[in-house]
Ligand binder design. Structure first.
Ligand SMILES: Cc1ncc(COP(=O)(O)O)c(C=O)c1O
Length: 398
């Protein structure tokens, strides 16, 4: 069959392919240690699971749900945004629960992009921004994040490259994806950068989609772009239960913004799905009531694992910043490897340890690798030991 033109240039997701390769290696008895994907291995809080069980056991929780999500979940999201980000959101009009924030990226693209519109995406950045915008017909353009600029957008350079040659309003850029704490670099945002971003978006009349799933992981000052004064005029923010509440497989996320934006996006989304299973929504609301102890507990585990990952990266002679947020460590590879793919392939083949090559996040990530913290300390120690053995073997061979 001939596939639709909109899928041209959109391949199978890298991890979907890679997991098949790892699966084949495991079937051949390799027992690969996967330090690639960011899927939390710890369970949600016991109260969250209990809420799901109790609600699912009731006879009246199984019908189609409201397209705008349960009011109980929307209220919980509103309170959570106030408590942790100091952002006021009207639970009736400014919040839309999602089946994971990944689907929100697609909804936003389908709601706003016309054929040929330019969409700015970060390089390096989450690959879904490119694929969703491409499927929606956009002309995707990249803004480069550089280590020397703390992986923050260089607004002057972006302005020069994409906004200066045509009169205001004629530049064709309609949407910009931004994500802090940034994946894959682990870079934290600053309030100043956020303020600059809002001013930039207003000046050029573009919509900013801030993707914010990592603000609670290894970061004690969660920040929302919506906390900047006037942000609702130009910002839609995505957030997620996947990382902060260990609920990646549950598929729950949220979108927040001005009432008009929520209504516009519902116009698309309500034609795509028919709401989310109510017990999942009620359990998600429960998750948002958890106190600081919950976040401290998961972060204590991630911090311990991160120490081991630092050891692993030192062994590989990689350079990295120790002050990164999120559930990965981003590290620059030593000169002896052509790129991150070279290093990743070598240790996968010869030590059965998988780490992600930075190039999958864009060309600016070519000289980097990303190591996930979603594996037990014991497994990370085992990975260190395998890599150590490999390095000793290589030393003796040369
Ligand atoms: C930057 C970023 N945004 C969004 C997502 C998707 O999150 P969700 O599970 O809520 O769809 C991920 C998941 O890896 C991510 O890294």
């Amino acid at each position: 069959m001939e596939i639709a033109k909109r899928l041209e240039g959109v391949g199978e997701y890298y991890f979907s392919q890679k997991l098949r390769e790892i699966d084949d290696m495991n079937k051949a008895g390799k027992q690969v240690i996967n330090l690639g994907i960011g899927s939390p291995d710890m369970p949600p809080h016991a109260d969250v699971i209990k809420t799901l069980q109790d609600e699912a056991a009731k006879p009246n929780t199984h019908a189609y749900q409201n397209y705008k999500g349960s009011p109980i979940l929307r209220n919980a999201i509103s309170k959570w945004y106030k408590k942790w980000y100091d952002v006021e959101l009207n639970p009736d009009t400014e919040i839309l629960p999602l089946i994971g924030s990944k689907e929100g990226i697609m909804h936003i693209c389908m709601t706003y992009i016309n054929e040929g519109d330019k969409v700015l995406i970060p390089n390096p950045g989450y690959p879904t921004y490119r694929s969703a915008a491409t499927i929606a017909g956009a002309n995707v353009v990249e803004y480069t994040l550089k280590k020397d600029n703390n992986w923050c957008p260089d607004f002057e350079a972006i302005e020069k490259e994409f906004f200066s040659s045509s009169p205001a309003g004629k530049h064709n850029v309609i949407l910009m994806f931004v994500n802090y704490p940034q994946m894959p670099t682990g870079q934290l945002p600053t309030k100043e950068m956020f303020v600059e971003l809002i001013a930039f978006a207003k000046k050029h009349n573009i919509l900013v989609c801030h993707d914010n799933p990592y603000s609670f992981i290894l970061n004690d000052k969660p920040m929302s772009l919506l906390s900047v004064e006037g942000a609702k005029d130009v910002v839609i923010e995505l957030n997620s239960f996947s990382k902060s509440h260990n609920m990646a497989g549950w598929r729950v996320g949220m979108l927040s913004g001005a009432k008009e934006r929520i209504n516009e996006i519902i116009r698309f989304k309500s034609n795509m799905d028919s709401g989310m299973f109510l017990p999942i929504q009620l359990a998600a609301a429960k998750a948002l009531e958890l106190g600081r102890e919950w976040y401290d507990e998961i972060n204590t585990v991630y911090a311990r694992r991160r120490k081991r990952v630092f050891e692993l990266l030192e062994l590989l002679k990689c350079n990295f910043n120790t002050n990164q947020a999120g559930m990965f460590v981003w590290a620059e590879i030593p000169g002896e490897y052509k790129d991150g793919y070279h290093l990743s392939d070598k240790i996968l083949k010869e030590a059965s340890v998988f780490i992600t090559p930075g190039g999958i996040f864009g060309s600016a990530g070519n000289k980097y690798v990303r190591v996930s913290l979603c594996t037990t300390e014991e497994k990370i120690e085992e990975a260190i030991s395998r890599i150590n053995t490999l390095l000793i073997k290589l030393k003796h061979n040369f």
